[in-house]
Design a protein. Sequence first.
Lengths: 187, 187
Amino acid sequence: MADINWTAKTAVAPGLSERPAGAADRAGEGHAPISDIIELLFFAYRDFVGDPDEVLSKLGFGRAHHRVLHFVTRNPGMKVADLLDILNITKQSLARVLKQLVDEDYVLQKEGAQDRRQRLLYATPKGEALSRKLDALQTERITRAFAELGPGAHDAARRFLTAMIDADNRDGVLRLIARADRAAKRE
Amino acid sequence: MADINWTAKTAVAPGLSERPAGAADRAGEGHAPISDIIELLFFAYRDFVGDPDEVLSKLGFGRAHHRVLHFVTRNPGMKVADLLDILNITKQSLARVLKQLVDEDYVLQKEGAQDRRQRLLYATPKGEALSRKLDALQTERITRAFAELGPGAHDAARRFLTAMIDADNRDGVLRLIARADRAAKRE
DNA sequence: CAATTTATGTCAGCCATGTTGACATATTTT
DNA sequence: AAAATATGTCAACATGGCTGACATAAATTG
């Protein structure tokens, strides 16, 4: 990850680059514009997905594999159609990465008990281990952030992120998360 | 955008899909695990970048064009090298989208005054207009979220997102944002 | 001044992951 | 028996990352 050294010894803002940033810049006159959130979200997300990417690339996998593995591990026995809805991609796109995960024994598919057309998805122990490893990297970042920010940060972050989701998707997402949390607790 | 109907009439959690979600699920015994943030971030970011994507595709552009146009508009006169550092991509990747933006008169390049090797980047009026339009979509989502959440939400979100950025990048990012904000205010 | 470094551009090709369209197969539903 | 559903698959294409190699002009340095 390269760092940002936008030193700007240009026509625009010459000599400003050595000024310290931080609270002083935000506390000034007026409130900061909303666009700070646009950019912070870009940078935060970039770093957030960057950690797992390094591990994945060593295995010949990419972000797409991570997403599939994550949701399958969190929701054992989910249908292919459910995964497609969550990821919001076509079945052909999913097929490519899913096939690799199945072939390399990270995920397995079981015929549905009630409906034998279904291929229910489960993470193998190998898959669970990788999923845990990848999630641990992201969890570490989040935990560090919350530790810095003090109590209430988790709740604030959750509410902010929830409010950023399309209104008609929010309930589905919360339901998904709640169910997976309950299932995880029962183990 | 498809919605999520993870109905789960499967072996795992039969019949749970009709339960309402929300506060009740979170307020229960113990605190929710961190993984909710992982998933909320995924869904929030997906929707967040989804809005501009629709507009962009009509113009034959993609997300990459948006990013370039956004940062160039916010930081007029920036060097190509600075943009590369911000986006964290190779110059070859940048060249592809930048060339299109220049060819179609959204961005222009001026020779640097002090250093004539530099090609300083500026958005044209056409480019600024598109940038504003795209940013407006994202701003709308953010503003709606903050309105729902009440006062303090903006600050909480900013602090959370900042804390999620790699520590060694944070100052650079904050500096970048602060400078662009000041420049925008002077206009 | 000559040599080197720097800022940028460019060609060529590869890879990951999205897309559309068409079609196949097994199973369930009507 | 017919239709709908869940899933898989083939083929082709687009976007936007990547690497490696090389080119040019301008600035910097010995």
